[in-house]
Write a protein that binds this ligand. Sequence first.
Ligand code: ADP
Ligand code: MG
Length: 288
Amino acid sequence: MPITAHNLCHEYSPGTPYAIKALKDVSLEIADGEIVGLIGHTGSGKSTLIQHFNGLLKPTSGWIQVQGVNTVGKGVNLRQLRQKVGLVFQYPEHQLFEETVAADVAFGPKNLGLGKDRLEQRVHDALAAVDLDLDEIGHRSPFELSGGQMRRVAIAGVLAMEPEILILDEPTAGLDPRGRNDILSHLRRIHQHRRLTLIIVSHSMDEIAAMVDRIIVMDQGTIHADGSPREIFAQGEDLRAIGLDVPPLTSLMLELQRRGMSVPTDVLTVQEARQALLQSLKGVDGDA
Ligand code: ADP
Ligand code: MG
């Protein structure tokens, strides 16, 4: 398993009046090539959890193994681990700092001892993966770009390390709908082409429902639910209780159910919803 966590706990500022148990007995396994949505209300522990995936944070108790490496094991090579596990922080564009886009994307892989041509190829490919052209914008300052483009440059910087696991913390936060869709469709394509394990943190069910195989729902430092989008949406009311927005279609189905119609709540597409409604109406009227 690329990622296995067992009874993972993390406490910030332990032994002080500010102590916070941010993770409580989190156990999970993430398989090779999976595409996982990590969902939860603000403060539920998402960012704390993913920082354990590349050893930035260490468990207070319990353990985690990533690509065969126990992050608190003796002699663990965290540098090597972080090459394999690319972590894109929230608002990653705040960490752009080089004078040109090309230099920024090359910053990580530059230290891997690649020759000039291979380095340039990596920078080119990483930018292309987020639909940016090295020849066109490589020489420009990242700070002249639009917000969405800056974010894509920052993501390219992590991709250029060619990670086996790619984790993004709220990659669409603060972008307009078009920018959000762009990022998500690039991520889908990157997952298909590079065959990596992809973990996307979001606080919006609707946003990632259609693109992930699996949703892990966090609440107050624990895993509240873990399953396919269909399985998770079937628990719509339960999700609302922990402050999550169910997708609009689920919401519609729940309301119809509340009003006495017999409809499923685990629909994912408009087509499925239409089918379910027709079926239900036929059942009611007999001749509809
Ligand atoms: P999320 O990413 O789901 O919003 P976080 O992992 O950031 O959740 O936070 C989980 C809990 O840990 C929250 O109560 C938060 O206030 C707390 N927390 C997060 N980072 C720190 C930190 N660096 N120091 C102290 N407490 C923190
Ligand atoms: Mg967070």
